[in-house]
Design a protein around this ligand. Structure first.
Ligand code: BGC
Length: 875
């Protein structure tokens, strides 16, 4: 049946299923067909070992195509199998052709597979942030049919074999909760190892393990020695195996990079290069023996998501002189990564310094928001002609660079910005007729790219860069539309659970991985700790992965218990204290980021109800008894109403956030709802259609207005260009989402607060509403097995479009509004259905997979009525 084909099977959430940690990984496939309303009736899987009989599922009657159980015998360590699938459509007698094969290979699944030892180079006493070279030579007396390097580090490493980099990964092994979980990587190095003499080597730097982290200047949170842990396994034609591991025979020497810190940057002295250090033949006689350290192999885990990689190179846009005469470079985009320099020929000892910042102030590099993160790279030339250089073990958040010491005139061709982040598969797009809104959406995407660098962080530039839980809690739905976050966030959630349950008695740490930076009270942090519930629930909704709920279940329950414990018997948080609450409400003064119109206790009771409700839903998915969570959700909602809502539906602390919480978290009965919705619209009007929410209210406000029937108010808020608003930064030239609504003040100066980043994704949570309500593309069942296509056009926008790679294949929505003629085009993926709700008020209806177009006459959206001010000064 040639009109139906199946894309290669994907394995769990892996982009490249090499060295996976799952012995029985779940399998997914996407069917490609133009046949309308195509549904899968059955599938057949084949899983073939390298030798021996193929396992076949036979024809399995099932519509499932996402995260289907493995079925075959479990993989053993290092085992490689090929997987393929074919499908039958409903009513089809013949199956599709078989999909192309996917090769899956297991990593080292058991601690006993490791024979490597941790080797610790002796650190040069004169280097604060040292980089070390490590090497070992070995000889193979037989040809090579397969070679794998299993490797990790205390610190960050870059490995080479025979002078060639083994991969293009950056900052491996990434940052996890090292005491509980340390990732190892598996690389196919078959093409690099030869019969004869070989060298395996690595550069090793402090990274997160031993480097400076956080805003208190501390370092070495995990240990004061870096170390490499590697196992090279070579298979020969006769089936024999040679294993070369890190052990006492390794030697080390200082690298030409004399300083490498994540915050501070790097210094590279080309004069100190060691030619051929990772190739056979170079002498390591002057090198130092290594020490053997300990590494707990039970903490080793295979990655569940992709590594950090160089994902784009952005050319320099302009080189210019600042008012004080400094040489500045503009890349036109606030991004995260580092520069690649095309260095000219210049005398040995020539020193070039590059400082990085996100913004300019008074025409000079605006470094104050970086606090103590120097973000400064230095390169010293060796006089041996031109060369290209890029730092190896650091990353910066910047749009501008200041270059000093460049020999001759600096030109744009001499430098480019290399963008770094976790190499997630892009899955979502959005555009609309308003260019500023489309730019806002691009800013959200860039904000995500900069802050999904192995850990989902608050910001990528200042001395922080931490996995703040609250930030991700609000941004996870947007993130999971734009990119396939499932594998990366499962790893982060595993860290969260490990630290919450093993180190913090059930309380979710404020950021994950956690560092004991300042003595924050050990308390359930409202809206931040809720990440333990909201993020798994979001992954379930967006990727159809019920396994994440099962894995996170103990963490979810422990969080509710901790949260309820803090709430007290009446669920009203009587013990005072403080909480971040609706952090960075626009009324928050520069020095009081937590000052908000909705007090944190009010936010807390609302959140308790909502998170308990989600845990009750998760219990239902998993087949557990969730009645105690449902009951708690109801009691918290009651308490919220009793404490904060009048019988008619007016909230006690009139604010956009308080109304949005009440409405979106389902805390009000229908009678109060309607009036509360009207009052919310009045509140927004009273705020002059300026945004009035902080981190926790922002993801809810436009949904609350839309669902209350005040669509025009939601659009007015979206399209507002005065400060505070989403578009004010766009009018100020922003290319990312800012931490504060006014990180840059209207006069172009930087907000004086110490929390003033220009790359924080939290306020970008509005993009989820752009996708679901403006474009109208939302999941109606977990994993988009059913879609809800319900665009809500509003005044000021005449067209919008979104695309999303759902687990079932691509979905697209695109609409235009021409006067009163509304036209909608959509693509529904095979094996799904969509509920379509058109804005002409007609009854919702269902469609099957395929392309559809609908044209309807609608009432043209009217902008909100803005009353004339009752008093105007005379001219
Ligand atoms: C971070 C935030 C974080 C907050 C906690 C800040 O320093 O940058 O994004 O969530 O602290 O309130």
């Amino acid at each position: 049946m040639s009109d139906v084909s199946v894309a290669p099977v994907t394995i769990e959430h892996h982009r490249e299923p090499l060295g996976i940690g799952e012995a029985a990984p779940r399998l997914s496939w996407v069917v490609r067909t133009e046949l309308p309303s195509w549904r899968q009736a059955a599938h057949e899987l084949e899983i073939a070992p390298e030798e021996g009989p193929v396992w076949a599922s036979g024809r399995v009657v099932s519509s499932e195509s996402v995260l289907v159980a493995w079925g075959a015998s479990p993989l053993t360590s290092r085992e490689r199998r090929t997987v393929r699938v074919r499908v039958w459509g409903v009513g089809a007698a013949e199956p599709s052709a078989w999909s192309d094969e996917t090769v899956v290979e297991a990593g080292l699944l058991s601690a006993s597979d490791w024979s490597a030892r941790l080797v610790q180079p002796v650190l040069p006493p004169d280097r604060e942030e040292p980089v070390l070279l490590l090497r070992r030579e070995f000889t193979l007396d037989r040809p090579v049919v397969r070679a794998r390097l299993y490797v990790t580090a205390h610190g960050v490493y870059d490995a080479q074999i025979n002078g060639t980099a083994i991969s293009d990964d950056v900052l491996a092994p990434g940052w996890t909760s090292y005491r509980h979980r340390l990732r190892y990587q598996t690389y196919d190095v078959t093409g690099l190892v030869v019969s004869g003499v070989n060298v395996v080597g690595a550069q090793l730097a402090d990274g997160w393990y031993r480097g400076r982290l956080g805003f208190t200047g501390g370092r070495a949170y995990y240990g004061d020695r870096t170390g490499l842990f590697a196992q090279l396994e070579v298979v020969h034609p006769d089936g024999g195996r040679t294993v070369v591991t890190t052990d006492e025979s390794w030697r080390s020497a200082p690298a030409p990079t004399t300083r490498a810190g994540l915050y501070g940057g790097e210094t590279f002295d080309a004069r100190r290069e060691v030619p051929g250090w990772s190739s056979p033949g170079a002498s390591d006689s002057g090198w130092t023996p290594v020490d053997l350290g300990t590494l707990e192999t039970s903490t080793l885990v295979a990655p569940t998501g992709p590594p950090v990689r160089r994902t784009e190179v952005v050319p320099a846009r302009e080189v210019f002189r600042s008012p004080s005469g400094r040489v500045l470079v503009d890349f036109g985009q606030n991004l995260v990564g580092r520069l690649r320099l095309n260095l000219p020929s210049a005398p040995a000892g020539t020193e070039i310094t590059v400082r990085h910042a996100e913004v300019l102030e008074d025409g000079e590099l605006g470094t104050r928001p970086l606090r103590t993160a120097a973000q400064t790279d230095v390169v010293v030339l060796d006089g041996n002609g031109p060369r290209t250089w890029e730092p190896r073990f650091t990353f910066h958040g910047f749009r501008y660079a200041e270059v000093t010491g460049w020999p001759g005139d600096l030109t744009v061709a001499a430098l480019a910005a290399v963008v770094l982040h976790t190499d997630l598969r892009p899955t979502g797009t959005f555009t609309c007729s308003d260019d500023d809104v489309t730019r806002l959406h691009e800013n959200v995407r860039w904000g995500m790219r900069g802050n999904f660098l192995d850990v989902p962080t608050d910001c990528p530039q200042r001395d922080e860069r931490l996995g703040w839980t609250g930030d991700l809690q609000v941004f996870a739905p947007t993130a999971s539309f734009l990119y396939d976050t499932a594998g990366m966030l499962r790893s982060w959630l595993a860290d969260l659970a490990a630290e919450q349950l093993r180190d913090h008695g059930g309380i979710v740490p404020n950021f994950v991985p956690f560092l004991d930076l300042i003595p924050l009270p050990a308390q359930a942090e409202v809206g931040w700790g809720d990440a333990a519930v909201v993020v798994p629930w979001t992954l379930y909704q967006r990727f159809g992965d019920a396994g994440v709920l099962a894995d996170q279940w103990p963490s979810m329950v422990a969080w509710i218990d901790a949260f309820e414990g803090r709430a007290g018997a009446n669920l009203d948080f009587p013990d005072g204290g403080c909480s971040f609450g609706d952090w960075l409400d626009p009324i928050a003064p520069p020095d009081r980021p937590g000052a908000a119109r909705a007090p944190w206790q009010c936010v807390a009771t609302a959140y308790l109800s909502r998170s308990a409700r989600l845990v009750a839903f998760a219990a239902a998915v998993l087949g557990y008894d969730g009645s105690r969570f449902a009951d708690l959700a109801e009691r918290a909602a009651e308490r919220f109403r009793a404490e904060y809502v009048t019988p008619t539906g007016r909230v006690a602390y009139p604010s956009q956030t308080a109304y949005a919480l009440a409405l979106e978290f389902g805390l009000l009965p229908p009678a109060q709802r309607e009036y509360a919705g009207q009052l919310l619209a009045s509140q927004v009007a009273a705020d002059g259609w300026h945004i009035g929410t902080g981190f926790l209210g922002t993801p809810l406000i436009t949904d609350a207005l839309t669902n209350a029937g005040a669509v025009a108010s939601a659009y007015e808020l979206l399209l507002q260009r005065e400060n505070p608003s989403w578009l004010y930064p766009v009018t100020m030239g922003a290319t990312t989402i800012w931490e504060r609504w006014d990180s840059m003040l209207p006069d172009g100066s930087i907000n004086p607060g110490t929390m003033t980043s220009f790359n924080h994704y939290a306020y970008g949570a509005v993009a989820d509403w752009l996708h679901r309500s403006v474009a109208g593309l939302a999941p109606a069942a977990p994993g988009y097995q059913r879609l809800r296509i319900a665009p809500r056009p509003g005044p000021g926008i005449t067209s919008a479009a979104a695309t999303h790679e759902t687990p079932y294949g691509p979905a697209t929505v695109s609409w235009t509004l021409d006067g009163t003629t509304f036209t909608l085009e959509l693509t529904v993926p095979p094996n799904t259905t969509a509920e379509v709700v058109l804005p002409d008020g007609s009854a919702p209806f269902d469609v099957g997979s395929g392309r559809h177009t609908f044209t309807r006459t609608v009432v043209a959206p009217e902008p909100v009525e803005k009353p004339q001010p009752f008093w105007q000064p005379e001219d």
